[in-house]
Write a protein that binds this ligand. Structure first.
Ligand code: NAG
Ligand code: NAG
Ligand code: NAG
Ligand code: NAG
Ligand code: NAG
Length: 470
């Protein structure tokens, strides 16, 4: 009882706290940031880039871990703890999981774990892996990501913080604490389960979320109209997503596919969203020139960890196209986001690293025809009243993909399910978002490095610890 009461006390105290300053952009205060991550390798590099910024400019308040993604909760949290210890950032709170759940009538209990996508979340963590089965367990899959191919324990120093089941600060609690503290920018670099649950259960804190930056989704095909120069020729232009295999759903990208309903909730929350989808990240692979340059600039632990991780992944890559196909997903998002935030007068997302464009999009969570209960959709099946007030004939009430080999989704030639697709639409379902479309070329035409962000990432990663940090 006491434990359950604490979150509400905090909310009460905070909601009568000082009013949020609206015009933060012009003030001298650091920008407060919360990162929700599933701790894949590129997430770690994204954290390096962020944590090596000047803290009086960008101040990371908290990290929450999305356990519905590429690594499992306990491993993910230990990985983050070790990284924070190495970087002398042990003060940053880290949350994962929680013992709460979602009742059959849709009531969300405090501290829900976020181990399962929202539509499948009940009162336990047991259940099928409707979406997460898209992430395999074997080589280069979950097992390898959990230990970062064995490198985590071999390389990173271990500090005092360790994963302690039941005593661990929960993701929801850490989000509530951080976002209660003032205007906060949220970076989502895993699936959106934690943050969507946060928004659904804390509507009064929404006003503190200034902006959401997302690495996720795919909107336009990279083949469409001339941006495919670095992609495998075997790739079909119609496959804009990156699921593997993609027979059932050629449209979705992993972070969004892992919980489309959560991503829909975030996109339609009314909070401004800026997206860095595959459209843009496809144009910034870990190129050979970048890799060679990184190998030369190994004067910090972060640069070493980054290089060694990338080397293992490259050496285990299934094809000889690593340098064309393995992209800078989450770190390119963080780079672009910080550059936009720095340039506070920019209303069109002007920044150093990426071309931007407004698009009107929505997010597909189920496949039509809508309102037909076929046993695939826990939001409507067998319920007199659909969960979460969704409409019986609405966009959430169709067939929900049941797995990578769902017969409903399979069609000869090209799969037809669109769960997780960020689709351009017109009309009332559309949300206007700023979208990254393409990495910018290097401004220095003499540079060996083709893209502006390559240089920035190397500079930041190899910058020694600043005096003001000591
Ligand atoms: C960090 O930013 C503050 C405030 O803008 C500035 O005074 C300080 O010199 C910066 N430190 C470094 C190392 O750039
Ligand atoms: C949902 O179920 C719980 C437990 O049975 C109940 O306490 C709560 O009032 C219900 N909520 C709604 C909105 O029906
Ligand atoms: C690409 O070009 C085709 C034909 O010119 C056009 O129909 C389509 O809308 C274009 N796509 C994008 C994303 O601009
Ligand atoms: C895109 O790929 C196709 C097929 O490989 C190729 O014919 C075309 O020239 C490429 N377009 C660009 C702009 O590179
Ligand atoms: C998005 O929608 C707005 C309002 O309906 C419209 O003015 C704008 O042209 C649309 N933009 C695109 C890229 O479709």
């Amino acid at each position: 009882m006491i434990l359950l009461a604490i979150p509400w006390m905090i909310i009460l105290i905070v909601s009568i706290g000082p009013p949020i300053k609206k015009n933060l952009m012009d003030s001298e205060q650091p920008r407060r940031i919360l990162v929700d991550t599933d701790v894949d390798t590129d997430d770690v590099f994204a954290l390096f880039y962020l944590l090596k910024q000047n803290k009086s400019e960008f101040d990371l308040q908290a990290i929450t871990i999305n356990a519905n993604g590429w690594s499992d909760g306990g491993h993910a949290i230990n990985h983050i703890y070790d990284i924070l210890f190495m970087m002398d950032k042990d003060h940053i709170p880290v949350g994962v999981g929680g013992e709460g759940g979602i009742l059959p009538n849709g009531t969300i209990l405090p501290n829900v774990g976020g181990f399962l996508p929202i539509i499948d979340q009940g009162m336990s963590t047991a259940g099928g892996c409707r979406y997460r089965q898209a992430i395999w367990v074997g080589p280069n899959g979950r097992q390898d990501i959990n230990s970062n191919f064995g490198l985590r324990k071999a390389f990173l120093p271990q500090g005092g913080r360790k994963y302690t089941p039941l005593e661990q600060p929960t993701a929801q609690q850490v989000m509530i604490n951080a976002i209660s503290g003032g205007p906060t920018t949220v970076f989502l670099i895993g699936s959106h389960t934690n943050f969507a649950i946060f928004l659904m259960s804390n509507p009064h804190l929404k006003k503190n979320v200034e902006h959401i930056y997302v690495m996720g989704g795919a909107i336009r095909s990279y083949c469409s109209n001339g941006t495919n120069s670095t992609r495998s020729e075997s790739e079909q232009c119609s496959s804009i997503g990156n699921l593997y295999p993609k027979e059932s759903n050629p449209y979705a990208e992993y972070n969004i596919f892992l919980d489309p309903f959560a991503a829909y909730t975030v996109l339609h929350s009314g909070i401004p969203v800026t997206l860095i989808p595959l459209d843009a990240t496809n144009t910034i692979p870990v190129s050979k020139d970048f890799f060679i340059e990184l190998e030369k600039r190994q004067n910090t632990y972060e640069a070493q960890y980054c290089y060694q991780s990338l080397k293992i992944i490259r050496d285990n890559w299934q094809t000889d196209r690593f340098h064309e196909d393995y992209d800078m997903w989450d770190y390119f998002m963080v780079g672009t986001a910080l550059s936009i935030m720095r340039n506070s007068q920019s209303y069109n997302g002007e920044n150093e690293f990426s071309e931007m464009e407004y698009m009107n999009i929505t997010l597909v969570t189920s496949n039509g025809p809508y309102g037909i209960s076929d046993g695939s959709n826990p939001l409507i099946d067998g319920l007199a009243v659909p969960k979460f007030n969704i409409q019986k004939n609405g966009v959430h009430a169709g067939h929900v993909q049941m797995g990578m080999r769902d017969p409903f989704c399979s069609r000869v030639g090209k799969g037809k399910c669109q769960d997780g697709y960020m689709k351009e639409v017109a009309g009332p379902e559309a949300v206007r978002v700023l979208v990254a479309t393409k990495a910018k070329p290097s401004h220095d035409s003499g540079s060996l490095l083709e893209k502006e962000f390559y240089e920035s990432f190397l500079d930041v990663l190899s910058s020694p610890k600043a005096d003001w940090e000591v």
